[in-house]
Write a protein that binds this ligand. Structure first.
Ligand code: COA
Length: 179
């Protein structure tokens, strides 16, 4: 298994993996929705605001995760939000997701990012350092339908200190359907 932060020229393959993975686990409509979100992220997010990590098996992409910048103008810290996360059905349950998440989070830490947020399955993401947070600890950019799925972690080796003020996500995530 090769893990990489270099995804140049492989956007189509990444979007296809994300679409088919979510379609298989949550149905075609969810596959289309998350696939469109990933395609928009790759097409529109500025280079400095995007980090994509992939897992390759025999040169083929079998897992992909994306982090995009989320701004808290009243807080000096650098914050990125993780979404989406997809490991192809034939590679699930083998630790690939956790390896790729640890790899990506280390990359963010090395790049000086202070805080990572995500929105999803508590049981899964707590395995890679995330903990449940409230709106009071980090205001989400849009109202959350499942507030219990709002998660965060400091990448500085300390506890999660609340982020100040309101937040803005990248335009590609600025859709209530994703939150
Ligand atoms: C969820 C997903 C990313 C996990 O990746 P993975 O490589 O299969 O998971 P790993 O092998 O790294 O981790 C396995 C562990 O996570 C748990 N796990 C896997 N998928 C889970 C899920 N959806 N919810 C909760 N726990 C899950 C397993 O029970 C296992 O636990 P254990 O280590 O205690 O035995 C992957 O299954 C996937 O892409 N699913 C479809 C899309 C999706 O749901 N993405 C995440 C949206 S929040």
């Amino acid at each position: 298994m090769e893990l990489t932060s270099n995804f140049k020229e492989r956007g189509g393959e990444i979007v296809a993996l994300i679409t088919s993975t979510f379609a298989a686990s949550e149905g075609d409509a969810e596959g289309q929705l998350v696939g469109r979100m990933a395609a928009d992220i790759l097409a529109t997010v500025a280079k400095d605001d995007l980090l994509v990590f992939t897992a390759l098996e025999a040169g083929k992409i079998v897992g992909a995760i994306m982090f995009t910048r989320i701004s808290y103008p009243q807080d000096p810290r650098t914050v990125f939000v993780l979404s989406p996360v997809a490991i192809g059905a034939s590679h699930q349950g083998q630790g690939v997701g956790q390896q790729l998440l640890h790899y990506g989070l280390k990359h963010l830490r090395d790049a000086g990012v202070d805080v990572a947020l995500t929105y999803g399955n508590i049981k899964y993401y707590t395995k890679v350092g995330f903990a449940q947070i409230t709106d009071a600890q980090a205001q989400p950019p849009l109202p959350l339908r499942y507030p219990h799925g709002w998660l965060g972690q400091s990448l500085k080796g300390d506890g999660f200190a609340p982020l100040k003020g309101s937040s803005h996500c990248v335009e590609a995530l600025n859709d209530p359907a994703y939150w």
